[in-house]
Design a protein around this ligand. Structure first.
Ligand code: BGC
Length: 785
């Protein structure tokens, strides 16, 4: 089925807005028998083959197409609690006759997304807005991702949801990507490790996850049909690697295929991607669901191993029903897909009839969200120890609209209906600072009159598609700024960027607006003129330009989109209660034009691109900047602390590589504050026959809180896979013989210790299948001519 742009728009509108109003028109197939007959095999009691044999072809076609459509209500199977269908993102078809319950799926990556209100119910059902994935990744601590995951899983469990639609781990290929905030990093290792930890956390609660969007879904422009043309090597090394790590380390219950095509084929219709790579090579044993209304051909999706089509359309099930009835769709394919869905269904809280409370521990999760944000925010600049705020610094003049309203996350399906959010001003006040009242009043009034949509979405719908139009920066009178510079101890200026699903950012979004520049300039001149400092807070969902204005700030604290407790986390860091230990998991280039993808984003033809060619190949993010000597504004892995660390005593378990190598290092806190350090392991491999990036991240670890003078020995390991690159000619992961240099650093450009080892002979680490081959030649960027 081909969907026109108009029908897609209608479906999307339905997806975001009508969820709460869809009511049952007719009872679902099979729901007629209130009591199952004794002769009908029952799901969970009878062997699965018998249940499958008992299903009619029509029932089978309904089982593989989600049931969130107007004519279906997920009636509870006998003995199970009837759930409120309006609360969630989607569900599967229930079959009362066979004892198969509907299973419930809901977004998303930064917290559970359910409707806060329910019909005929005076209560509200809020969820915690946690820090977005880009911020969680900046912790460089999988423990943070796991704790946040387990808190999100707890909320899903207690609200009756079976599968959380996340984590999301597409790559920050280009800074203008509209959903970058939902994703972790430009690097596949950190993306994969964070995802694996998040999955472990969520699934520890007995609810499932859905890794998304599989794969190469790195832009929103033309997202439903863009053909991503990418080399086998870049696909394997950059775009699939994180998914591989997560599948192998954490066994997610489900994977969500993406909207885009890879080398000419929709991912949801690609047997090579879903069967050969995901299942055969990586051993995935859950089920694959489509992204909402993704792909075109339901039969090809079935054959490709896209087991469940979401959220469900009658045309899909009818097509599958007739093809299976006339033999053009193999019944074995349908049975295989259903078995995969039911195997997962059997683990769900709904199947277990878990008595969910509708009362998750929101208080506990709020404090966890605060801690996670504080462990992750990145101190980008700190001249003359502007931070932490000194004892004498009490009076704060806070400028910028969004100093008074925290933007907790991005828009679209990744939004959370949270009860409240803590602004910078509120966080500071509660920490005992005096936030200038004149300014506070002026800004709050401006925000109120601008009628920004209340983020506390008090509605029956699952989420709001967009925030209010963002208010232009309020112009503050120069005289008032000068007066405040006299009266206050310090200035803060918040810069905000929010965007989300359904569109990429425009180029101008990357730069400060004229009003932001003017504000910063005036505040900086006035406060510095009085010998006072200026702290800039970045409450942004994606990378912006910083090089042209950073000198006007004494300190820059990158909060990303920190979740509902953001203001408290900022105050924790500014007051020195917590020492910053976050590091960038994505590069801040000097200018957008410097990015390796600038000439190939979002694709061609301009306007509504149909294809995008990944000509930068493997040179994404720091792999590009470091290999081509392009100096970024702030490099990958960068982040300041209130204390300092020395690295010493690096030791390798051997000078020659066999199967594994262990590296140990002493990290000492040599400063005056307690703090944590992230140690990053980069590897430079010989480039004999293969093109190699200057260095690649192959490991990382974070210390405990080290007291001044305290030392911790950390240890990292390298296995054969870490040495290998994807050799297209051999269709294998191969490590070339020669000298490898290990670089341990505090960032990708702050290398503190190096050592090398030798690999005597070439190693074919893993032979894989020749699949997803581009149909056209790609002029790929190479570091060696
Ligand atoms: C998004 C997914 C999301 C799904 C369900 C789609 O539009 O791309 O990330 O999980 O909707 O809300």
């Amino acid at each position: 089925m081909k969907l026109s742009t108009y029908s897609i728009a209608l479906l999307l509108a339905a997806h975001f807005c009508l969820a709460g109003t869809a009511r049952a028109q007719t009872a679902p197939v099979g729901s007629g028998d209130a009591k199952p007959s004794n002769t009908v095999p029952q799901f969970g009691e009878s062997p699965l083959e018998e249940v499958l044999r008992a299903m009619t072809t029509e029932e089978k076609s309904l089982m593989v197409t989600g049931a969130k459509r107007r004519e279906v209500e997920p009636v509870a199977t006998p003995g199970r609690k009837q759930k409120n269908i309006t609360a969630v993102g989607g569900y599967t078809y229930p079959f009362v006759r066979l004892g198969i319950p509907a299973i419930y799926l809901s977004d998303g990556p930064a917290g559970l997304r359910i409707a806060p209100r329910r019909e005929n119910d005076p209560n509200t059902y809020y969820c915690t807005a946690f820090p977005v994935a880009t911020l969680v990744a900046s912790s460089w601590d999988p423990g943070v991702a796991e704790r946040v995951g387990s808190a999100m899983g707890h909320e899903a469990l207690e609200y009756g949801v079976d599968i959380l639609l996340g984590p999301a781990l597409n790559i920050h290929r280009d800074p203008l990507g509209g959903r970058c905030f939902e994703y972790y990093s430009e690097d596949p290792l950190i993306s994969g490790k964070m995802t694996a930890a998040a999955v472990k956390g969520i699934q520890s609660q007995g609810v499932g996850t859905s890794l998304k969007h599989f794969a190469a879904n790195n832009q929103e422009t033309s997202r439903r049909f863009i053909n991503t043309i990418v080399s086998e090597r870049a696909l394997r090394e950059i775009y699939l690697e994180g998914f591989k790590i997560a599948v192998e380390e954490s066994e997610p219950w489900t994977v969500m295929s993406s909207y885009n095509k890879i080398n000419g084929v929709y991912t949801s219709e690609s047997e090579e991607l879903l069967e050969t790579i995901l299942r055969k090579e990586w051993g995935f044993d859950g089920f694959v669901l489509s992204d909402w209304y993704g792909g075109e051909d339901a039969l090809m999706q079935m054959r490709a191993g896209n087991d469940l089509l979401m959220p469900g359309l009658a045309v899909w099930s009818q097509k599958i029903d007739s093809a299976a009835s006339n033999g053009s769709l193999d019944m074995g394919v349908l049975d295989r897909n259903i078995a995969r869905i039911l195997n997962v269904a059997q683990r769900t809280p709904t199947y277990r009839n878990y008595p969910y409370s509708d009362k998750p521990d929101l208080k506990g999760n709020a404090s966890l969200a605060r801690d996670a944000a504080a462990q992750s925010m990145v101190l980008l600049r700190n001249e003359n120890q502007a931070l932490p705020l000194g004892q004498g610094t009490r009076k704060v003049a806070a400028f910028g609209n969004y100093s008074y309203k925290m933007i907790v996350g991005g828009t679209g399906s990744g939004m959370v209906n949270n009860a409240y959010s803590v602004s910078l001003a509120q966080g500071l006040e509660l920490a005992g600072y005096q936030v200038d009242e004149d300014l506070q009043k002026t800004y709050l009034e401006y925000l109120r009159l601008g009628k920004p949509r209340n983020l506390k979405a008090d509605s029956l719908i699952t989420a709001l598609p967009k925030l209010d139009s963002i208010l232009g920066e309020l112009a503050i009178d120069e005289n008032l700024i000068r007066q405040k510079a006299k009266e206050s101890d310090i200035a803060m200026v918040t810069i905000m960027r929010v965007f989300g699903e359904g569109g990429d950012r425009k180029l101008k979004d990357f730069y400060l607006t004229a009003a932001e520049k003017a504000l910063l300039r005036s505040v900086s001149d006035a406060f510095r003129g009085e010998g006072k400092k200026v702290v800039v807070v970045l409450n942004i969902g994606g990378v912006i330009e910083v090089a042209s204005w950073r000198d006007q700030a004494d300190a820059i604290l990158l909060a990303w989109q920190p979740g509902q407790e953001g203001g408290h986390a900022l105050a924790d860091l500014m007051s020195g209660k917590v020492t910053p230990s976050g590091k960038l998991a994505t590069t801040f280039p000097v200018d957008y034009r410097n990015t390796p993808t600038a000439k190939n984003f979002p694709g061609t033809p301009a306007g509504e691109p149909k294809q995008v060619v990944y000509e930068e190949g493997i040179y994404v993010g720091y792999r590009y900047y470091d290999s081509f000597n392009v100096t970024p504004a702030y490099e990958f892995g960068y982040g300041l602390s209130y204390t300092s660390f020395t690295y010493s005593n690096m030791k390798l378990s051997s000078g020659k590589f066999k199967d594994r190598l262990t590296i140990t290092l002493d990290v000492k806190n040599t400063g005056k504050a307690a703090g944590k350090e992230v140690v990053q392991l980069y590897l430079s491999a010989p480039a004999k026959t293969m093109d190699k990036p200057a260095k690649e991240l192959k490991g990382f670890t974070k210390t405990e809180v080290l007291q001044p003078g305290q030392t911790q020995t950390v240890s990292l390991t390298l296995d054969a896979r870490a040495l290998a690159s994807f050799d297209t000619g051999q269709t294998a992961w191969v490590a070339e013989p020669g000298k490898y240099t290990i670089q341990l650093g505090a960032s990708s450009r702050d290398i503190r210790q190096t050592a090398s080892f030798k690999l005597a002979k070439a190693l074919v680490v893993e032979q894989v299948n020749k699949v997803l081959v581009p149909e056209v030649a790609i002029q790929e960027l190479k570091a060696t001519k």
